[in-house]
Design a protein around this ligand. Sequence first.
Ligand code: SF4
Length: 62
Amino acid sequence: MNVSVDRAKCDNHGQCTFSAPTVFRLNEQGILEYDEKVDDSLRADVDEAADVCPMQAIIVTD
Ligand code: SF4
């Protein structure tokens, strides 16, 4: 699957990193980094991250 984050919406507070820590992480500057190509085995975690994102900034496509 493909993951993208709308940087204009993202507030970098990192709620997504708790749902899918192998995909989303905050760097040393506190800025969100993430994998754009993600194995489908992580779909449930990524969908949960998208659900909990308060800004609805995470877009998941096949
Ligand atoms: S949960 Fe959403 S707004 Fe928060 S860091 Fe992740 S993508 Fe950004």
